[in-house]
Ligand binder design. Structure first.
Ligand SMILES: CC(C)=CCC/C(C)=C/CC/C(C)=C/COP(=O)(O)OP(=O)(O)O
Ligand SMILES: [Mg+2]
Length: 595
């Protein structure tokens, strides 16, 4: 089979391949009736090498093939897109909206807001939540709010989450003269759990919130969960696994629906609303991922084995960044960009030689395809795929939104490739950077910046030149998000990367620089992750003078959240057949059962 159409169409005719054939064994494309059948264990043969590629000794990462069958992904069932469900959800929404106006005490109102958000319904009630929290913020008279650890912590968490700069002193009354929390509080499991969740909303320099995190984590970990009521125990394990603030909302919603169902005081119409709404949104996502699978197969990229074939994982990551139904363009186009990031990352890290990569970097920085045949065939194809995909998105933006983001996207790609080449030179020359030098560069080389740039211009109806300039100059909130992605990525992938031969990652840089053990280094990197979250917690509530920044700021938080989850139990990207697959099946493919 010749090079895939979308790649060759853009090659100057003088260099279109003829003798460079790719030998492919097609994968069995089974039809499926249940979602698990979407997953495929099929393997396909390696591409044959071109003559110019054969002459070069190359490393290999032996990437596992995709775990998904693209034929099946292209024909996913989207039953919940039917009108009868949309009508049902409208009725339920009205009913739940009425509950915001019910006269209930403040703690009950806070709990109600918390449940609405954890069920994934916050986006339907932004104004109602804002109004309710504003009145709670202004009313400090409710005694339970000042004396009860559970209520004070819940109030702190929700108000901070919505941008109120509530002082950390609210916790002072639970502390002793030594500046630590009163030991007696360890008996109050509900209070400890609430304090623990609140402590993730701390800012830099807030020592009381830091102490809250230490105290609550320690005592929650020490609990014998067999002695705790079942639902509370399951909430504690879930929180210790990942706090609410760090978990992508779609995953939280899917888990929380099952937990809320078991709650004695659940509100049935709220639960029903959450389930039907989840399935409707999921149907929209399924439609999008099937479009993406079509694009990927037409591109022919699923037939190449020298980079990671992770279309579905990339789409799911984009869903975690911005899940709301109206942002289809963001998810689809950013999925394409994410595929290009992975493709080019693998060319720099594994496939290309230093000389080839120097030439490739020059092409990307100049954004010019003249003389592109100076690049070996596969690298040339990758460059053209990246170039075409970016220009195609730019063209769509010009046509639909009257603005040209290509100069900004080019700049971010150029910076990213300059960061990759720096790593490639370090590797080839045996240079071991310090942790600071590495992270400085690694924030750009992780690829999150191009995705976040898209989260600005692909989510707003009226992107402006000023907004584009601002985002492409990488504001702190965006930098923090990419830094968290970089550090979480390194915590989970560096052992594989070193084993196959790759530049030093954050862990090795720190160990080399300080002589610290691997265990101490991991703790140090996790500490840097928490520190960066504190900075980002402040940054998201800076005063931004640009309209339409909401989804972009949400995407910054959500990119970091996705990295917490997908790298938590190892490399969910390179080796996506465990937790990542389970997350995708439960949040993207399997509808919530309705009774
Ligand atoms: C499901 C899942 C985890 C998806 C990842 C989605 C994502 C953010 C992709 C783009 C960035 C990227 C290539 C990261 C990891 O590569 P790498 O580990 O080779 O990074 P490095 O070479 O820069 O260290
Ligand atoms: Mg890599």
């Amino acid at each position: 089979m010749a090079l895939p159409a979308l790649l060759t169409n853009f090659l100057p005719s003088s260099i279109r391949p003829n003798q460079h054939s790719f030998l492919l064994v097609s994968r069995p494309c089974s039809s499926f009736s249940s979602p698990s059948a979407i997953s495929s264990g099929a393997r396909f043969a390696k591409c044959s090498l071109t003559i110019e590629d054969q002459d070069t000794a190359r490393r290999s990462a032996n990437w596992k093939p995709s775990v998904w069958d693209y034929g099946s992904v292209q024909s996913l069932n989207t039953d919940f897109a039917e009108d009868k469900y949309t009508e049902q959800v409208q009725r339920l929404k009205e009913e739940v909206k009425g509950l915001f106006h019910k006269e209930i005490n403040q703690v009950a109102k806070l709990e109600f807001i918390d449940v609405v958000q954890r069920l994934g319904l916050g986006y339907h009630f932004e104004t109602d939540i804002k109004n309710a929290l504003s009145s709670i913020y202004n009313n400090t008279e409710d005694a339970q709010l000042s004396d009860d650890l559970y209520a004070v912590s819940l109030r702190f968490r929700l108000l901070r989450q919505h941008g109120y700069n509530l002082q950390q002193d609210v916790f002072q009354r639970f502390m002793n003269k030594m500046g630590t929390f009163n030991e007696s509080l360890k008996e109050d499991v509900r209070g400890l759990l609430s304090l623990y969740e609140a402590s993730f909303h701390g800012l830099e320099g807030e020592t009381i919130v830091d102490e809250a995190w230490n105290f609550a984590s320690k005592h929650l970990k020490d609990l014998n969960l067999d002695e705790v009521p079942a639902n509370l125990a399951s909430n504690v394990s879930h929180a210790l696994d990942m706090p609410i603030h760090w978990r992508p909302n779609r995953l939280e919603a899917r888990w929380f629906m099952d937990t809320y169902e078991k709650q004695q005081d659940k509100i049935p119409c709220l639960l029903r609303f959450a389930k039907v709404d989840f399935n409707i949104v999921q149907s929209i996502h399924k439609k999008e991922v099937s479009n993406m699978a079509r694009w990927w197969v037409e591109l022919g990229a699923n037939k190449m084995t020298f980079f990671r074939d992770r279309l579905v994982e990339h789409y799911f990551w984009c869903c975690a960044m911005v899940f709301e139904p109206q942002y289809t363009e963001f998810r689809e186009m950013t999925t394409k960009l994410t595929c290009m990031v992975t493709l080019i990352d693998d060319v720099y890290d594994v496939y290309g030689t230093l000389e080839e990569l120097e030439v490739l970097t020059d092409f990307i920085v100049r954004w010019d395809i003249t003389d592109v045949d100076k690049l070996p065939l596969k690298i040339r194809a990758c460059f053209l795929a990246l170039y075409n995909t970016t220009n195609e998105i730019g063209y769509w933006m010009m046509r639909e939104r009257g603005i040209n983001p290509i100069p900004h996207m080019r700049k971010v790609w150029a910076d990213e490739c300059k960061a990759y080449i720096k790593e490639a030179r370090w590797y080839n020359k045996g240079i071991k950077p310090t942790l600071d030098e590495y992270v400085d560069n690694g924030v750009t080389s992780i690829g999150g910046l191009i995705m976040l740039l898209g989260s600005y211009f692909l989510t707003t109806d009226k992107p402006t030149e000023e907004g584009l300039d601002y985002v492409s100059n990488i504001p702190s909130v965006m930098h923090c998000s990419a830094k968290i992605l970089r550090l979480n990525n390194d915590l989970s992938t560096s052992s594989y990367e070193l084993a196959r031969g790759d530049n030093f990652k954050a862990l090795e840089c720190h160990m080399n620089e300080t002589g610290a053990s691997e265990e101490a280094t991991r703790e140090h990197i996790k500490h840097l992750v928490r520190k960066t979250w504190k900075r980002m917690n402040r940054d998201v509530f800076e005063d931004y003078p640009y309209s339409g920044f909401g989804p972009f700021l949400g995407a910054c938080l959500n990119l970091a959240r996705a990295s917490q989850c997908f790298y938590q139990y190892g490399d969910g990207h390179g080796l996506p057949d465990h937790e990542t697959k389970a997350h995708i099946v439960s949040a993207l493919f399997d509808p919530v059962p309705l009774d």
